[in-house]
Write a protein that binds this ligand. Structure first.
Ligand code: COA
Length: 374
């Protein structure tokens, strides 16, 4: 998988440090976590195993996984003070702002006092994020104060049950688990780099993650799956999709869910989520959104040689699982927390404050004229 040409803007192509966690565009299908190909992990592991891998460097054996999952269960419930804060956030708030506030407020209640607590703080956020999202969503939209504990064993199943109140189907459990695996880690992407910069000042886990959520919120990063959903819902058919996309490209609009800063000809996560989206469409009994998405993919490749990134087919997959569009990016937070926390731990293990230089392009040196004479 070839990388793109170097270019100064956006630090593209420049190495900003070392990591043992991930490769992007270098080997296997194009994405590896601690040496394992993401497609292998999606087929043969669960999200909790991947979280354990990222936090500890090795996949767990059965006993380790059982004890890790038991620990995560103890971290699921939310403190009353956090529920009170979530209840104050209005229904029209941006859900990523809810996640940011939830993370930050939890850091007030249960601060990471020193780095010996970094695993506990990471696992706390990993287990609590689904409830932070769903408690706010159900309270602000339906006036319902949900129980933040479920009998679902996996984080993906737990999230779906918190959201719908019902036990998810096996297919939905599986797809959510795969989705969380695909989004878990992606080297020095913008939000992870934000987290590492913050970690390099020796700040605490909650501050680093809060900053990362802020970076992920932008439509050029995590927000693309929501934007893709908004777009494909406007297309009435595959033929209409092609006509409307032609207009968008003519107007030089960005098509969300396409293109990538590192991958040059495909995103290895796309083929995986695309296949699951097709299955979900069949189960749903109406695959038109999937068919429209395929038409978009073909059109963008044929006309611009632009390919779907991980976000594009996530839109239809999440739709088929009944997930409201505004929660798409917060799900990304629930997953990427694992990558962020792993990078924060890695940064701390061999730290030097991240402080690059800039090329100055401003005024020549000049003197201040006192204000009365300007
Ligand atoms: N729609 C339309 N045109 C696009 C495009 C898209 N999604 N992605 C890239 N391009 C165009 C660029 O405008 C650029 O055109 P130009 O040379 O005429 O200016 C050209 O393709 C090359 O862009 P590139 O260098 O590949 O993009 P980048 O590395 O600066 O940005 C992204 C990468 C991901 C930010 C960019 O592809 C994008 O904005 N995609 C949409 C948002 C998205 O899906 N984000 C999720 C990323 S996982």
């Amino acid at each position: 998988m070839a990388e793109k040409k170097l270019s100064g803007a956006g630090l593209r192509g420049q190495s900003a440090g070392e990591t043992k966690l991930c490769t992007v565009g270098k080997s296997g299908s194009g994405l590896t976590y601690c040496g394992y190909d993401v497609s292998d992990l999606a087929d043969n592991a669960t999200f909790e195993e991947v979280a354990y891998l990222l936090f500890n460097g090795e996949l767990p054996n059965q006993a380790q996984l059982d004890s890790y999952k038991a620990e995560l269960l103890t971290h699921r419930d939310l403190p009353e003070a956090l529920k009170t804060v979530l209840k104050l956030i209005p229904a029209d708030a941006h859900p990523m702002d809810v996640m940011r506030t939830g993370c930050s407020f939890l850091g007030n209640l249960e601060p990471e006092v020193d780095f010996s607590e970094q695993h506990t703080a990471s696992n706390r956020l990993l287990a609590a994020f689904p409830a932070i999202m769903c408690f706010w969503y159900k309270y602000s939209h339906d006036g319902v104060e949900i129980n933040c504990m479920t009998d679902e064993d996996s984080i993906g199943g737990h999230f779906l049950k918190l959201l719908t109140g019902d036990a998810p189907s096996e297919l939905h459990r599986k797809v959510m688990d795969v989705s969380l695996i695909l989004y878990a880690e992606h080297e020095f992407n913008a939000s992870t780099f934000t987290a590492r910069v913050c970690a390099s000042t020796l700040s605490d886990m909650y501050s680093c993650v809060t900053g990362a959520i802020g970076s992920l919120r932008g439509p050029l990063h995590g927000g693309a799956n929501e934007a893709a959903m908004d777009m494909i819902q406007k297309f009435s058919s595959p033929a209409d999709a092609k006509v409307q996309m032609a207009g968008m490209l003519e107007r030089k609009e960005k098509i969300m869910g396409f293109g990538h800063a590192i991958y040059s000809d495909s995103d290895p996560r796309n083929v995986i989520i695309k296949a699951w989206s097709e299955k979900l469409g069949q189960e749903f009994g109406d695959s038109s959104l999937y068919d429209i998405s395929v038409a978009c993919e073909e059109y963008m490749w044929d006309t611009k040689k632009l390919f779907c990134n991980a976000d594009f087919f996530h839109a239809s997959a999440y739709y088929y699982m009944g997930i409201p569009t505004k929660l798409f990016t917060p799900i990304f937070v629930c997953s990427r927390l694992t990558g962020w926390a792993a990078h924060i731990m890695e940064q701390r293990s061999n730290n030097r404050i991240i402080r690059p230089s800039a090329d100055y392009v401003g005024s020549e040196p000049r003197k201040v004229t006192v204000i009365s004479q300007r």
